[in-house]
Design a protein around this ligand. Structure first.
Ligand code: UDP
Length: 310
């Protein structure tokens, strides 16, 4: 296949490019590099099947020749980024998804949207199943991301229903692994870099809020299967192994062998109290479930942060 990946220099986008190339596909990677890092795809330069184009996908995307699949992964992706880049976050989810769908329609390419567990907001149903409509504060600081992803899903389904575009929507839950940005403020890079530096781990609130962490290789496998599937409606992909943020901090301290302590800082506005994917749909429809245990994934991630010099 000839495939386009938007957000190709990001954490997930770059892993996706690696996987698509390993499967023998030709990949065109787009990124405007506002939160992506060219170093994530440096190893692909010189690969005849890979081309990088620096482009903001909220602007018209021109591509000559055929296209078989388009995966729209461009977006700021951490709560700190949404606070700093609220307009860009809304634009890439709305205008960027529109441009990407327009190109997919024109080229008769299948389209996969990187959506998010944030469409469930601060969920009142637990664990979260695809048929739950969510509990989102549309005007809060996180709302720019949540609503952008919700709009993205809505327009993807509209292009599917009105124009027959073969759309897929993956609802991605917390994912971790090599190439996360050290300072993106998310809990995994924050705790690992703090532990490695011997600084206190900053637990927000009482740390009783829960998350469920998926190793990036598992996530990419699920997304690749979804891309090849005939599903058109949203599908959760994540690891149901749920834990509190406090337990997560303790696990990081143990795995790094750090002497760091834990301090508490204020909980950000609208921080979801619980989050855990129900993956029955992915299991049934894709034959997918995560395989990498938390400890194994975290060891690999910690080793990467160490090698990268954090
Ligand atoms: N968190 C924390 N300390 C940090 C960063 C995050 O306690 O230094 C908490 C955050 O409040 C949230 C959870 O960890 O409850 C996961 O946060 P993250 O930003 O990684 O992603 P989210 O799941 O909220 O989108």
């Amino acid at each position: 296949m000839r495939v386009m990946v938007t957000g190709a220099a990001g954490f997930l986008g770059s892993h996706l490019c690696d996987r698509l190339l390993a499967e023998g596909h030709e990949v065109i990677g787009l990124d405007n590099l506002i939160t992506g890092n060219i170093r994530n795809i440096e190893h692909l330069s010189g690969n005849p099947n890979f081309r990088f184009v620096k482009h903001d996908v909220t602007e018209y995307i021109f591509l000559s020749g055929p296209l078989d699949a388009l995966l729209h992964f461009a977006s700021p992706a951490s709560p700190i980024d949404y606070l700093e880049l609220p307009i860009q976050t809304l634009k890439v989810g709305a205008l960027g998804t529109h441009k990407a769908l327009g190109l997919a329609r024109e080229k008769k390419a299948r389209f996969l949207l990187a959506s998010s567990s944030e469409v469930y907001g601060d969920p009142l149903v637990h664990p979260q199943k695809e048929d739950y409509w969510g509990n989102v504060n549309p005007i809060g600081p996180r709302g720019v991301y949540d609503e952008a992803k919700r709009f993205g899903e809505a327009i993807a389904m509209a292009y599917h229903r009105s124009h027959g575009v073969d759309t897929k929507i993956v609802r991605i839950f917390n994912t971790y692994g090599p190439r996360m940005r050290a300072k993106d403020g998310r809990v995994v890079p924050a705790f690992i870099t703090q532990a490695l530096a011997g600084q206190p781990l900053t637990v927000f609130g009482d740390g009783k809020q829960t998350r469920s962490f998926c190793f990036v290789d598992d996530l990419i496998e699920g997304i690749y299967r979804l891309l090849l599937s005939d599903l058109n409606e949203p599908c959760n992909v994540g690891n149901p192994h749920e834990m509190t943020v406090l337990q997560f901090a303790e696990a990081i301290i143990e795995l790094t062998g750090s002497k760091s302590t834990i301090i508490h800082q204020p909980l950000p506005t609208d921080d979801p109290k619980v989050r855990q994917p129900d993956i029955a749909h992915a299991k049934r429809a894709l034959g997918w479930e995560p395989r990498v245990p938390l400890e194994e994934g975290l060891r690999k991630t910690i080793a990467w942060f160490q090698e990268a010099g954090f």
